[in-house]
Design a protein around this ligand. Sequence first.
Ligand code: C2E
Ligand code: MG
Ligand code: MG
Ligand code: MG
Length: 255
Amino acid sequence: MDIEKALKRALEENQFHLVYQPKIDLKTGQLNGVEALLRWHHPRFGIISPMELIPAAEETRMIIDIGGWVMHEACKQVQEWQSVGHSRLNVAVNVSVIQLEDDDFIASVKRVIERTNLAPACLELEITESIMQNTKDTKMILQQLKELGVRTSIDDFGTGYSSLHVLQHLPIDALKIDQSFIKGLDESGASPMVKTIIELGLNLDLDIIAEGIETDFQLQFLKQNGCTLGQGYLLSKPLDGANFERYLKAFSAIH
Ligand code: C2E
Ligand code: MG
Ligand code: MG
Ligand code: MG
């Protein structure tokens, strides 16, 4: 399969859609926002996982167009939800390093904000730790995002290349503890890594988001140790737009 052609076609023929995974404030139990996650429904091959799609899109640099579509679609959708009463809903979008290093990136974020009318403070860009290898440009790009009023977080924190020295000088807003650390959280013993990452983040004045929460034990542990936000199947799976609207209704009814 000519993957580049297939990806171009997918964009043109609307084969992509987004699903939204709720992010819960662990202190108040309130809904804080959603993470938008890309899904590709190929007419012949069916659902293709982002784990396959994203690397192919990065290799062909199609991630620049696809990532631009994701950002626009997510901001447009969340702005619509805000306008029908969910005014405090935030949205997080995953951004690839290839996008971030593209000369047009900052301008493209500006365009999305202008076109969708979303308040910049409601948008968070999730970036993986690999950006820290290119420290000079990274800092400048993150600084420009901050000036736009957009939030940034380091995704899958703890699995990559973070140097603590670099971390303390980056103008970011949050750390997302990688799922693998959360998986290891069970009754069998203490989890020094999770505790330490939470403490590190809090000391740097960052929000800490735990992803991949699947058990009540994990949830309680994270709450007790001061983790700010949580995401995971226990709280909710990623939902398509229609199902997220049902979730919003049910959530507002309970809370
Ligand atoms: P991520 O950003 O770390 O997203 C979290 C992944 O964990 C998502 O997988 C989500 O569906 C899954 N997940 C959430 N809660 C749980 C849980 O409780 N247990 C388990 N086992 N998994 C959980 P997904 O949607 O397959 O995405 C995988 C990765 O693909 C993402 O990891 C992200 O790195 C990348 N990705 C997805 N959408 C985009 C996108 O629009 N742009 C870019 N650049 N990357 C994306
Ligand atoms: Mg993410
Ligand atoms: Mg992650
Ligand atoms: Mg991940």
